[in-house]
Design a binder for this molecule. Structure first.
Ligand code: SAM
Ligand code: 2KA
Ligand code: SF4
Ligand code: MG
Length: 181
């Protein structure tokens, strides 16, 4: 059984796959307590893999996004395989502090200040900008680097930071801008 906060269908609002329709599986709980966290993830229900697959199967998109909370607390390679057997492309949103199954298709790592990374493979880095030095993140083994305003509140400073650090691209939380989930 895996503890699920919510399963919903929307568009990926952030980062490389922005605009892509996707089923979001939001797992419950997290190993960090970021002051800026925009998600209520503590509540949840234990669901079997059969129940999760039935819910995911209600939506037509191939992309599934594992998020939370911190999804690494609840997933394993067997669960990712199950999604693959259903034809799904499996993405994860993770804070990067915990090991991940090796068979995930797309890893979005959002490192948090004061934490140590526990993963060696990632496809994109997505940093929530709070005015911190971002140059240290540029050595991470990702192909894409995104800087995301915090709760859409510091867009000007984030744009300015990206223009000073051109390895990065702006990621807006587009779902908040157009008021979808
Ligand atoms: C809610 S987290 C869940 C996944 C994982 N715990 C993580 O932090 O990557 C999903 C994404 O939202 C970002 N995020 C959380 N709170 C935010 C905020 N207030 N403004 C912008 N992005 C935020 C996180 O950094 C992460 O990239
Ligand atoms: N539309 C939409 N896109 C998202 N991308 C990452 C999200 C998350 O909370 O992990 C998220 C979310 O909550 N909604
Ligand atoms: S790691 Fe992610 S889910 Fe956990 S508190 Fe931070 S932003 Fe929220
Ligand atoms: Mg979100």
């Amino acid at each position: 059984m895996r503890k699920i906060n919510e399963i919903f269908y929307s568009l990926q609002g952030e980062g490389f796959h922005t605009g892509t329709p996707a089923v979001f599986i939001r797992f419950s709980g997290c190993n960090l307590k970021c002051s800026f966290c925009d998600t209520q993830h503590e509540e949840g229900c234990l669901m079997s893999d059969d129940e999760i697959m039935e819910e995911v199967g209600k939506y037509p998109a191939a992309t599934v996004i594992l998020t939370g909370g911190e999804p690494s607390l609840w997933i394993d390679g067997e669960f990712v395989d199950r999604l693959h057997r259903a034809g799904k492309y499996v993405c994860i949103e993770t804070n990067g502090t915990r090991l991940l199954p090796g068979n995930i298709d797309w890893v979005t790592c959002s490192p948090k200040q004061g934490t140590r990374l526990g993963i060696a493979r990632m496809d994109e880095v997505k940093v929530v900008y709070e005015g911190q030095d971002i140059t240290g993140y540029e050595q991470l083994p990702a192909a894409h680097f995104f800087l995301q305003p915090c709760s859409c509140n510091n867009i000007g400073e984030t744009v300015d930071c990206v223009m000073r650090h051109p390895k990065w691209r702006l990621s807006l939380q587009t779902h908040k801008l157009i008021d979808i989930r």
